[in-house]
Design a protein around this ligand. Structure first.
Ligand code: HEM
Length: 230
């Protein structure tokens, strides 16, 4: 095993990889939500489609960014699953028993115990989601004209999806997993990176809760708004 690989597979290394990749993904979802908020603009999709077309203008550089993003997602998921499996091997008894035995107030809430469950659910959501919008944007979406050029009508694709109650339910459900995963992940990442004094613990936990709530409600509102308001 090469030293770097060994370092990154050690318990501290694994936490470090999970924290850095997790924080990178949180930054991505913040930017993603801010862009998606243009779906609320009541102009028949012009602002949203212009925003999406702006990415296409980046040309091949966009693929570099997308591949980088994919790599971070794959690393986060692989390391997360590997960590959960190793922990399970090292401590085969159920979480509930081990948490009870610790006693006292703990941030090992339902969210922390279920990081692997919410994480796997999110992984499944992402596969479906990337097919649903990113891949179908290329192969299924109608086109629309922006400044004399043809672009995918991503707004129409998103609207068509969220006029179906099953897709609305799928996204709303997935966002619940997303919220739980983020709430604990945020706190855990900052703790692992040592960016937290014990006296900050409560504040950082509250901040994680707030960030998770804002992102969850922000994303969840989109399918609900499109379905109920149009
Ligand atoms: C209701 C909520 C959401 C909506 C309406 C939405 C919408 C979209 C759309 C329209 C695209 C295609 C963008 C394009 O090709 O230009 C996209 C891509 C993507 N979304 Fe979302 N999204 C939502 C939630 C999320 C969440 C919660 C995550 C992460 C946990 C996420 C991760 C991604 C990723 C990784 C891509 C692929 C990015 C790319 O390749 O450019 N999305 N989303």
């Amino acid at each position: 095993m090469i030293p770097l690989k060994r370092a990154l597979s050690s318990p501290t290394g694994r936490k470090f990889v999970m924290s850095i990749s997790g924080i990178a993904l949180v930054l991505f979802v913040i930017v993603h939500l801010l862009g998606n908020l243009t779906l609320y603009v009541p102009d028949g999709g012009e602002t949203f489609n212009r925003y999406a077309a702006g990415f296409e203008a980046m040309g091949p550089f966009l693929y570099v960014i997308e591949l980088g993003l994919l790599a971070v997602i794959v690393i986060h998921m692989t390391w997360g699953i590997a960590t959960a499996l190793k922990n399970r091997k090292a401590r085969p008894e159920k979480y509930a028993e081990s948490v009870d035995s610790k006693g006292g107030p703990s941030n090992l809430s339902l969210a922390s115990k279920n990081m692997i469950v919410t994480g796997v659910a999110l992984g499944i959501f992402l596969v479906v989601h990337i097919w649903h919008f990113r891949i179908r944007k290329v192969y299924v979406a109608e086109t629309t004209e922006i400044d004399g050029n043809e672009h995918a009508d991503l707004y129409a694709l998103v609207h068509a999806a969220f006029s179906d109650p099953l897709w609305v339910a799928f996204y709303v459900g997935a966002m619940l997993f997303f919220g739980f995963h983020l709430r604990h992940g945020f706190w855990s990442a900052l703790q692992s990176l040592g960016a937290m004094k014990p006296e900050w613990s409560k504040g950082i936990y509250a901040l994680g809760f707030f960030v998770a709530l804002v992102l969850t409600v922000g994303f969840m509102g989109i399918p609900l708004y499109i379905y109920f308001v149009g």
